[in-house]
Write a protein of this length. Structure first.
Length: 241
């Protein structure tokens, strides 16, 4: 707990240094959260369409099973691509910022060690200085999403509909080129997405799963970016000496 207290005090003292990183952290975390929310809600919509089509007497032969699976696989791959791009940007920014921070605070960190604090406690303090704001951002973001659930739900539905139109347009283009990847779903497929009912309980499950996945990805980001930043700062300092 003392290390956490030192980390909070250090964040207050170095708030001007950390401000650019906090801004980038908020923006990119929102992007990761929303992309994961799209992935998870698309999975719920997929299962909803499965149940709806399975209960339709006209589709008893289930010719829609494979096309439906392929269609939503493409949709989720689009969302995952954007999520990976955002995560890569955040990791790169964490690497550069942590390296700059370690280099700029070299004397301060040496003072901590000289005062009797172990290298482990100093390293944990730096890690907490990155993790605590991230957890705060995720907590606030989750609360806002729960409060404005109807709005977030409509945004996700609109994105799914636009993604469906893009995928279908791609199918049409590929069909014109004579490839095997042709029209897989009807023209009114975006309307089918909107016709799927997702209960508040299902959306709560989506948001809860998304929050935990975002935390795991942020920890992965810190686990890669901070050590590489420390090595980069050490390398730059060794070049100066």
């Amino acid at each position: 707990m003392r290390t956490v207290h030192y980390a909070v005090a250090s964040l207050r003292y170095h708030k001007k240094i950390y401000l650019p990183y906090f801004i980038a952290l908020v923006i990119l975390t929102i992007g990761i959260f929303f992309a994961l929310c799209l992935v998870n809600s698309a999975q719920v919509v997929y299962h909803g369409l499965q149940d709806m089509l399975a209960s339709n007497p006209v589709s008893e032969n289930k010719q829609w099973v494979t096309p439906l699976h392929l269609f939503f696989t493409q949709m989720k791959n689009i969302y995952l691509f954007f999520m990976l791009v955002i995560l890569t940007l955040l990791t790169l920014f964490t690497f550069l910022f942590s390296g700059h921070t370690f280099q700029k605070r070299q004397r301060e960190l040496q003072t901590f060690v000289a005062s009797g604090r172990s290298h482990l406690h100093v390293a944990l303090q730096i890690i907490y200085e990155f993790i605590l704001p991230a957890l705060l951002v995720i907590g606030l973001l989750t609360c806002l999403v729960l409060i404005f659930q109807p709005f977030v739900q409509r945004v996700c539905e609109n994105v799914h509909s636009h993604a469906a139109q893009i995928i279908r347009a791609n199918d049409l283009a590929n069909l014109d080129e004579g490839t095997q990847f042709g029209i897989r779903l009807p023209k009114n497929y975006p309307l089918l997405i909107r016709s799927v009912f997702i209960s508040s309980r299902d959306w709560l499950s989506v948001f809860n799963k998304t929050a935990w996945q975002t935390i795991v990805l942020l920890l992965l980001n810190f686990g890669i970016g901070i050590p590489l930043g420390a090595l980069w700062a050490k390398f730059r300092l060794s070049l100066k000496h």
